[in-house]
Design a protein around this ligand. Sequence first.
Ligand SMILES: NC(=O)c1ccc[n+]([C@@H]2O[C@H](COP(=O)([O-])OP(=O)(O)OC[C@H]3O[C@@H](n4cnc5c(N)ncnc54)[C@H](OP(=O)(O)O)[C@@H]3O)[C@@H](O)[C@H]2O)c1
Length: 306
Amino acid sequence: MGESNGSKAVACPPPDLRAPRIGFIGAGRLARALSLALRAAGVPVVGVASRSEASARALAGSLPDCRVGDVEAVARDCDLVFLTPPDGLIAEIARAVPWREGQSVAHCSGATPVAALRPAADAGARIGGFHPMQAFGADPEAALASLPGCTVAIEAGPPLDAVLHDLARRLGCVGLTLPPEARVRYHASGGYASQHVHALLAEAVRLWRSWGATEQQALDALLPLLRGTLESLARSGVAAGMPGPVSRGDAGTVRLHRQALQAVDPDMRDLYDRLCRRGLALARQAGRLDAAGAEGVERVLDASPD
Ligand SMILES: NC(=O)c1ccc[n+]([C@@H]2O[C@H](COP(=O)([O-])OP(=O)(O)OC[C@H]3O[C@@H](n4cnc5c(N)ncnc54)[C@H](OP(=O)(O)O)[C@@H]3O)[C@@H](O)[C@H]2O)c1
């Protein structure tokens, strides 16, 4: 069975799980991406249920031999059911579905404990977590294209762990075994590579707007810089390749930035200061700033911005 980074040795699954018939409960963005990827990998998705029949039909329509049904039918007909409603409904749906002994149920939430599926375990099912570290939007083809190379956090006991690692491998993903107590921290880490990047670029766009430019003009200028930053991160890691005045010990430029940002919004300057202090620590860690250079920037950050 598939072994991936971070996975431990796992037992061979029983016959019904070597080629599981897969079902989805919840036909949203993640289910669409995952089911299309499974189809492309030759893994049969045979049943789907959702709150609205229209969503279930839209998903089933893109898959061969996939039936739309209610949750009871999906639980009855599938060996492995992915529970993919919004996080807040996982426990409630797990309680409501008549699971059967020997089948497997996995949710795809990063922050929800696998124990939310306890009612399925009580009915004799195997339970697990299968969380791809990726943000899937409304466009199913784009979502599908963004899946290969992703890390998928897998939490399950044997033999379901082997099945989920094998599925991750067949999707071109990297299966990762997480300690259960790290689950929420792991999920929060994703925010720094996704949600918080949006929040930071929103700050930058506000600056462009302050002289009358548009968001589009800002993004046209900043996205090539962001792409270069991503390449540098992939090449050199978080500390070694960090650009900018902090890593150069350029205290004068940091002073000018603070004055300009203070004039737009003191909160914006405050966030800038906090990020500069994190950058200082990184520059020191990478050996790019000596003590004197770091102290020069620190003095500026400690001073009044006006
Ligand atoms: N999207 C991502 O980027 C992403 C990434 C990793 C993990 N996840 C996880 O994947 C799961 C689903 O997220 P999502 O982004 O795909 O959400 P979503 O697009 O909002 O889809 C949720 C789906 O669940 C259906 N649903 C709602 N209530 C239901 C119920 N009572 N019974 C059955 N189905 C119900 C929805 O209804 P309709 O039938 O009305 O459409 C919708 O199709 C979450 O656990 C999330 O944390 C998402």
